[in-house]
Design a protein around this ligand. Structure first.
Ligand SMILES: N[C@@H](CCC(=O)N[C@@H](CSS)C(=O)NCC(=O)O)C(=O)O
Ligand SMILES: [Fe+2]
Length: 227
């Protein structure tokens, strides 16, 4: 287990952070290992590393249930299509607002359940119109610390670009400040990419040190327009 603080939720949760080096993408594997079926989800799988991910899932005796995306990725091909050809029972998941195809569409406030655990969906548009953040939860007790998978809404000490079609610096600022910075300060933040060697941050750290999002909204918009 990646970490264990002794609470019920932490004993249940198996967590792995996986990296795809060509696009500097993180894929996240989560499973409820206290459930006899060991149901698992993958967040932001990349087509090039699908075999690695599925071998790991097989070795750990997990049953992959959902292959989820935080948003439509501009820099790499999602692995969800390939996963479904190799494991036909797996359901792909993306936000309805993304406009992309999937087996299951999510909206703000929805929950994706795997065993006793779930991921709560928060709409965090701005990098793309359909970006969401997934936040860990447990049906019996709130895991502490929580984990938030921010996609490209928040990158450690930075954020996703806002110059794509459907991107908006105004909206991204609002999303991060209302949906991510309001989470408990010990919440662990896991982005979809890192270009500097970081792996994880916290709400407390990003509220204090994020080079873009700590600024006022007008300064943030200028940074995003001129970078
Ligand atoms: N130049 C970027 C690397 C490529 C890139 O554009 N990454 C996206 C996320 S994949 S859609 C991004 O939003 N990067 C943050 C940015 O501020 O451009 C880099 O080295 O950051
Ligand atoms: Fe992106």
């Amino acid at each position: 287990m990646a970490y264990s603080t002794g609470s019920g939720a932490d004993r249940r949760l198996l967590f792995r952070q996986l990296f795809e080096k060509e696009s500097s993408t993180y894929t996240y594997l989560l499973a409820d290992v206290a459930d006899p079926n060991k149901p698992a989800v993958l967040i932001d799988p990349v087509d090039r590393t699908v075999d690695r991910d599925l071998n790991l899932i097989n070795e750990l005796g997990l049953k992959l249930v959902y292959a989820m995306n935080t948003h439509v990725h501009a820099d790499h091909v999602t692995g969800t299509g390939l996963i479904k050809t190799k494991l036909p029972g797996v359901k792909s998941v993306i936000s309805r607002a993304s406009g992309a195809k999937a087996d299951h569409f999510v909206d703000h406030g929805d929950k994706i359940h795997f065993g006793n655990l779930f991921l709560e969906v928060r709409a965090t548009p701005g990098h793309t119109a359909g970006c969401v953040t997934y936040i860990t939860g447990d049906a019996d007790s709130q895991p502490s610390p929580r984990m938030a998978f921010t996609g490209d809404a928040l990158i450690i000490r930075a954020c996703g670009r806002t110059d794509f079609q459907g991107g908006s610096a105004d909206l991204l600022y609002q999303s991060v400040h209302s949906q991510i910075f309001t989470l408990p300060k010990d919440t662990l933040l896991y982005p979809a990419h890192d270009y500097k060697g970081f792996t994880v941050s916290t709400v407390e750290e990003e509220v204090a040190y994020n080079a873009r999002l700590t600024k006022d909204k007008e300064t943030f918009k200028t940074i995003m327009d001129t970078k």
